[in-house]
Design a protein around this ligand. Sequence first.
Ligand code: PFF
Length: 452
Amino acid sequence: MTADNRGAFASKLGVIMASAGSAVGLGNIWRFPTEVGRNGGAAFILVYLCFVFLLAMPVMISEFVIGRGSKANTVGAFRQLAPGKPWIVAGFMGVIGGILVLSYYSVVAGWTIFYTQESLTTALWADQDFGALFQGFVSHPWKPLLFQFLFILLTHLIVARGIERGIERFSKLMMPALLAILVFLMLFSLTMPGASRGVHYLLKPDFSKVTTGVVLSAMGQAFFSLSVGLGTLATYASYFRKETRLVQSAFSVCVIDSIVAILSGFIIFPAVFSVGNVAPDAGPGLVFITLPQVFKTAFEGLPILGYGFSLMFYVLLLLAALTSSISMHEISTAFVIENYHLPRRRAAWIVTLVCLVLGTACCLSFGPWAGIKIWDRNFFDLFDFLVAKFLMPLGGIMITMFVEWYLNRKFVVAQLTNNGTIRVRCLGLLLFLVRWVAPIGVGIVFLNEMAN
Ligand code: PFF
């Protein structure tokens, strides 16, 4: 397939919506509040924001340079830009990482479909113990698998339709819808009685809470949330046009992603504090156990509002998950299409089938296969560890080093300035971040993680 007929995003808005769609996902709405709750609130958010702009954004810009500069899938990109050199390993890490991340991400995404269904049928409101409901569902031998498969198949359908008709169109429709639902939910949450304690929790930093652990978590969260390190955004950038402004697009994606994460905090914590009897550090169950409890208590007298609120929330989570999962799928699909010269539909099926198999192992980790452990972790935790703690940071280091230390400086500047046709503010600072700050910063955190 030649560089010209491999598909492209048709518009500037499409580029931003698709890339922001990849970034905005369960990482923002499910993982971010969990991490904020666990790591003490406002101080964590500040550290997180520093990492987004100082470490993760330079990696994103580097991915954009590699992708648009080669117009190829991640493996093809390294093969083309550094023929015969070992950098290609970073490309393969991305293809493997994309499959691994989709395999476990789809488990949680499947839960969101189940909770959407439960809200829709109002079953979520029958007088029940939400902890038991969650445990009972996730450990069921086949039910969660069904929802996970449904999610993977939805992802498949969008990816199989291609770049412009599938990924771009879906992201362009969904992202504004998502933002609208978020703002609506936040306004609602902020008007609940006692919500101000949640606002205080999010805005008043207590720096005594910033420990090494908090710093490590903030970086992991920044990488995961921005989808950097696996070549997801390099793959998307290979569909950018020559007029696309790389730095501006990366900055917009980082801003949108941070806004969504913070909005999610402003939905969840005011509601949690308002209800009062649930702890903000409830962990991963926050969104699936605590929130239904919050919805129920908050709308005791007006259950119809409660149904609407929870339905909207889980639909939001599902849509956000889909715009991210298509980007994970696309890393490997683009590789299969271009490496094995297969039509898109067939390539997409191959990736989907692999994810269904690996995804099954992750899903069953909460039920019948809970006892199967590798390095002391079940499949779900193992895949999460391999992706978030290993492949993403290592990929981030390799990608920034490749761009700043291996690639020709003229080529990089030509990509960033669209062959000198646009002016990029703070170009020197940016290149400094890519050359020194990102690889060293990520390296320190990575080594620290490995030592633990
Ligand atoms: N950034 C996504 C989220 O916040 O949910 C997750 C993600 C997408 C991770 C794509 C990795 C990836 F390649």
